[in-house]
Ligand binder design. Structure first.
Ligand SMILES: [Zn+2]
Length: 393
C-alpha cells in the first residue's frame, strides 16, 4: 500500500452509480409522451449537485477510522426515506437477517466485496487496514441513484419506472467500494483519461467481486456492470458491458449505451468529467480480452496484474497509454514474458500499442499513435504528454 491518506486528507468526489448522460437524456424527454420523467431527471441532477455540497457538511458524522480486530466490520443504516446520513443502525456485523431485503442485500454485498479483496488480494478492507464498511439504505424517496461519498455507501430505492432498488446488483456495490480502494492507492484524478481509468478500475473489481462470489470462469461470466438495475420494461441488460461496450441498453427513455470499445471511437466531451463513464469502455474491453486470453478465473491472473498496477505503479495522472504500459509491466513482473505478451495484445486490440516498458518510456510524446481528435483546450493532448513527469513517490 503506497498511500497513507487519512480520511481528513482524502478528497474524493462523490461517485454516483448512474452516469450523468442517462439523466441528461431523460431530462430531454417530451412530457406528453413520458409524463413526469423529464422533471424527475432534472430533480435527480439537482440532487446530485446538492449531494456534492452535502458531502462537505458530513465531515465528522461517521467515525470511520476504526481498525477491525478480524474480518469485515459491516454496519447497515436506514435513512427511512430521509436524507440525513448515516441514519439508524439496522444491522451490525454478525447479526441475523432483518427481513428487509434491501438491508440484507447491502449487508451481503459489503461482505462479498470484503471477502474478495481479503482472500484474493490479501487486502484488509478498502484502506487495507480494516476500515469499517458502512452503508445506508432507503435514502430519500424513490431516489434514482446510489453512491460512495468517500466514507460510506448510500442506496436509493429507485422509482420503479426507470430503476429498481440499487442493492440488487453486486458488481455495482463492488464498483463503488473499489472507488474507495483507488482513493487509497493510485488516487486516479477523476477527470478525462485518468478519470476513465478510475471508473475502469471500479468496473474491473466490481465484476471480479461478482465473478468470485459466483465462482465463474472468465469465459462464463456475463461481464455486465449493473445487471438487474433497470426497472421492468426498460430495454437493457445493465449499465455497461465489458465484453461488448456500447450494447448494454437501448431504450427511448434512457437512450443508448454510448461506450466505445476502441480508441477509434474515443469520445471527446466536457460532460461527465470528460466522459469518465463513457471512455472507460476502452480499458474495460482490454481487461476482458486479457482475462479471456489468460483463461480460467479472471481474478487469478488478469485481476492480479491490474491490482498490482493499481496499488504499486499507476500514477494519479495516468492516461490510457501510460496505464497500458504500467499494466503490461505488471503482467511481466507477475507472469513473465508470456503474461506481458497477453496483456500487450489485449491493449493493442483496443487501439493502444505498448512498444516499450514504462521504465524505458522517456516522454509521453513517444507514446503510440492513436486516432483521437480532441476538441477544446483541456484535451489538447489526450495522451497527457505535458503531464509526463513521474510522481516523486
Ligand atoms: Zn464509478
Amino acid at each position: 500500500m503506497r498511500r497513507t491518506a487519512t480520511h481528513e486528507q482524502v478528497h474524493a468526489p462523490i461517485h454516483t452509480i448512474v452516469p450523468p448522460h442517462i439523466f441528461k437524456h431523460l431530462a430531454g424527454l417530451p412530457d406528453e409522451h413520458w409524463p413526469g420523467l423529464a422533471d424527475r431527471a432534472l430533480e435527480s441532477m439537482a440532487l446530485a449537485a446538492e449531494m456534492r455540497a452535502e458531502r462537505c457538511a458530513m465531515a465528522g458524522v461517521t467515525a470511520l477510522r476504526e481498525t477491525s480486530a478480524v474480518g469485515a466490520q459491516r454496519t447497515v443504516f436506514d435513512a427511512k426515506h430521509g436524507f440525513t446520513l448515516p441514519g439508524n443502525v439496522v444491522r451490525r456485523e454478525g447479526e441475523a437477517s432483518t427481513g428487509d431485503e434491501t438491508v440484507d442485500e447491502a449487508y451481503d454485498a459489503l461482505g462479498a466485496t470484503y471477502t474478495y479483496f481479503s482472500k484474493v488480494h490479501k487486502r484488509d478492507s478498502i484502506d487495507g487496514r480494516g476500515l469499517r464498511l458502512d452503508a445506508t439504505v432507503h435514502y430519500r424517496r424513490s431516489f434514482n441513484n446510489a453512491f460512495w461519498n468517500g466514507r460510506q455507501m448510500v442506496f436509493g430505492d429507485g422509482d420503479g419506472e426507470i430503476f429498481g432498488r440499487f442493492t440488487r446488483s453486486l458488481d455495482i456495490i463492488g464498483h463503488e467500494l473499489t472507488h474507495g480502494v483507488t482513493q487509497y492507492e493510485a488516487g486516479l484524478d477523476y477527470q478525462d483519461q485518468s478519470g476513465a481509468l478510475n471508473e475502469h478500475m471500479s468496473d474491473v473489481f466490481g465484476s471480479l467481486v461478482k465473478q468470485y462470489s459466483l465462482k465463474q470462469t472468465a469465459k462464463k461470466a456475463d461481464w455486465l456492470i449493473g445487471e438487474g438495475l433497470w426497472a421492468p420494461g426498460i430495454k437493457g441488460k445493465a449499465l455497461r458491458s465489458m465484453k461488448a461496450p456500447g450494447t448494454a441498453y437501448d431504450d427511448p427513455r434512457i437512450g443508448s449505451d454510448p461506450q466505445p470499445a476502441h480508441m477509434d471511437d474515443y469520445v471527446s466531451t466536457d460532460d461527465d468529467n470528460g466522459g469518465v463513464h463513457i471512455n472507460s469502455g476502452i480499458p474495460n474491453h482490454a481487461f476482458y480480452l486479457a482475462a479471456v486470453a489468460f483463461g480460467g478465473r479472471a481474478w487469478v491472473k488478469a485481476g492480479a496484474v491490474w491490482y498490482h498496477a493499481l496499488t504499486q505503479t499507476l500514477r494519479r495522472d495516468a492516461d490510457f497509454a501510460r496505464a497500458a504500459a504500467a499494466i503490461v509491466d505488471a503482467a511481466g513482473a507477475k507472469f513473465g514474458k508470456a503474461g506481458a505478451v497477453i496483456v500487450r495484445e489485449a491493449w493493442k486490440k483496443v487501439g493502444i500499442e505498448v512498444r516499450t516498458s514504462t521504465s524505458r518510456l522517456p516522454r509521453a510524446k513517444k507514446s503510440p499513435k492513436r486516432r483521437v481528435r480532441p476538441r477544446g483546450p483541456r484535451r489538447a493532448n489526450p495522451l497527457g504528454a505535458e503531464r509526463g513527469h513521474r510522481r516523486a513517490s
